[in-house]
Design a protein around this ligand. Structure first.
Ligand code: AMP
Ligand code: MG
Length: 514
């Protein structure tokens, strides 16, 4: 294949013909915060940057010229070899609980915030380079990223966006022409990541742990202005901020659960204040449904396994509440009142999560009305799927056909080790559907928008990485990206991307992208 789309453009190639100056229109609101919130730096150039991909649609939504980003000058900016006009590069300071243990200083060890741009949706977005070299927070790390994890993050974050899940996005990826040392020697790459912000629970913990009350207050005001402006008008703005984060995290984790997504590293430094999915290190999607699924090789105790995710998010939110307590005291009137207020905010998590998850399950099952018995109906299906190792994504997708009539049952049954188990459940489901006056076409259409056909299955992502790393072949990357960014379309010609891994292909463990 010699399509220019698939051939990384060499930096220094004769690309003058389409050279367009990169104009970001950066503002740098975070760099206006006190100096101890970050460390200023200049990215360290890499040997030979080559473009892998620019996300043309995302660039357009950010008013960025995709051609300019793909030009030699743009690729230099994306690799950190050149600082764009208006950019004030900084590495952000933050702390975090990692697998339950507090680390008072983490920070952007291999990421650099270039600046912020205004999207066409009116939201201000961070543009960050990940893998762009050592920073003041690198500790013993090299500040670099390997090609595999960069491609994984590109694909999975873009898939999540297409699935309607709040997430950081991938604006572009480049290879560096340098090698990084991991368990083996691997090609290096840099991801240009877009996020509503990079504020984390761990950012608040950083200031709280230092007893820097002024810093906490400044950060809270910044978070409110940027993500929860309505909280500024509330009687208790900090409580309102906490309520906002609790609500968004409850909805976020509900969406993960509804897709069979396992984040894998839900540390507080990977818990975003904006409510976006962030950090795609060891993430993976469940195939044969098992609520106990743990993928990450470093998660020996299964702390961040699939079914533990709501509890993990709740725990992380409790750490946020703890960090906010010192500045809640003033608005609440006393320490006791602040503690009560924080506890109330946290108590809301579970019901919010349950309601969001149940609403999602109703949609997945094609139910338009709410009945108490729906909880049991949905749980029975999930139990049945688990007992029969049914593929999570395909079961729900094929239910869309079964919703049209019993002729759709055969393809669902085939996913169950004991197909009779499905029959009993389907009878109850049909009875429930018949109780609703909904046109079949309307129901099926709605189900098709809630139950994706294509998710970035682990073996497919792995095949993409292998082709890129071993053969410099980026065609599989382009193809998979195309499929998973149109997850609800039927596209029978792409059926092989909807198929679960064969036993030989099955990926049971994922590794952190460090
Ligand atoms: P993560 O596990 O990816 O969320 O990262 C946790 C911390 O380790 C963050 O502070 C990262 O910036 C830092 N880190 C991860 N990989 C590297 C690396 N290759 N070089 C420097 N710091 C790193
Ligand atoms: Mg992280």
């Amino acid at each position: 294949m010699s399509s220019p789309d698939y051939t990384p453009i060499a930096y220094g190639d004769d690309s003058d013909s389409h050279r367009v100056a990169v104009h970001f229109g950066f503002v740098n609101t975070y760099a206006r915060l006190p100096e101890h919130f970050y460390s200023r730096l200049v990215p360290i150039p890499v040997a030979a940057p080559r473009l892998i991909k620019v996300n043309v649609e995302l660039a357009r939504n950010l008013h960025l010229n995709a051609d300019a980003l793909a030009s030699a000058e743009g690729v230099e900016v994306l690799a950190g070899n050149r600082v764009a006009a208006g950019s004030e590069p900084i590495a952000l300071a933050y702390a975090g609980h990692q697998f339950g243990y507090f680390v008072p200083q983490l920070g952007d060890g291999r990421a650099i915030l270039l600046g912020e741009v205004l999207g066409s949706d009116g939201v201000r977005y961070d543009i960050q380079l990940k893998g762009s070299g050592p920073t003041a927070f690198s500790r013993r790390g090299d500040g670099r990223a390997a090609l595999g994890p960069v491609l994984r993050e590109y694909i999975v974050s873009e898939a999540m966006a297409a699935l309607g899940v709040p997430t950081t996005r991938a604006l572009a990826a480049v290879t560096t022409g340098e090698r990084v040392m991991r368990e083996t020697i691997l090609p290096g790459a840099v991801l240009a990541r877009v996020a509503a912000s990079h504020l984390r629970v761990g950012t608040f913990q950083y200031f709280a742990a230092k007893g820097d009350i002024e810093g906490l207050r400044t950060l809270a005001n910044y978070a409110i202005a940027r993500h929860y402006p309505e909280a500024a008008q509330a009687k208790q703005p900090i409580r309102s901020l906490l309520d906002g984060v609790v609500t968004r995290q409850a909805h976020l984790v509900a969406q993960w659960m509804l897709l069979g997504f396992v984040h894998g590293v839900m540390n507080t430094d990977n818990t975003s204040i904006s409510g976006e999915t962030i950090d795609y290190g060891p993430c993976a999607f469940i195939e044969a449904y098992d609520p106990g699924t743990v993928f990450s090789s470093i998660d020996a105790n299964g702390r961040y396994g699939y079914s533990n995710q709501p509890a993990a998010a709740h725990w992380n939110l409790a750490r946020l509440a703890e960090a906010l307590l010192p500045i809640m005291v003033q608005e609440a009137g006393s320490e006791e009142a602040a503690l009560d207020s924080a506890t109330q905010a946290l108590t809301a998590f579970e019901p919010l999560f349950k309601v969001a998850r149940m609403a999602g399950l109703r949609k997945k099952l094609g139910l338009f009305s709410e009945r108490e018995e729906d909880v049991a109906l949905a749980e029975n299906l999930l139990q049945c799927m688990a007992a029969n190792r049914a593929d999570f994504t395909l079961t729900f997708r094929r239910l869309c056909d079964a919703a049209s009539g019993t002729e759709g049952d055969a393809s669902v049954r085939a996913l169950f080790a004991h197909p009779e188990a499905y029959d009993a459940w389907a009878a109850a489901w049909r009875l429930r559907l018949e109780g609703e006056m909904i046109l079949t076409e309307v129901r099926v259409e709605s189900m098709r928008r809630s139950n994706p056909k294509f998710i970035p299955r682990n073996h497919l992502v792995q095949a993409v990485i292998d082709a890129a790393v071993m053969r410099q072949d980026f065609l599989p990357f382009e193809e998979l990206l195309d499929v998973v960014t149109h997850p609800f379309e039927d596209r029978p010609e792409k059926d092989r991307y909807a198929t679960p891994a064969s036993p030989e292909e099955c990926v049971t463990q994922t590794f952190c992208g460090t």
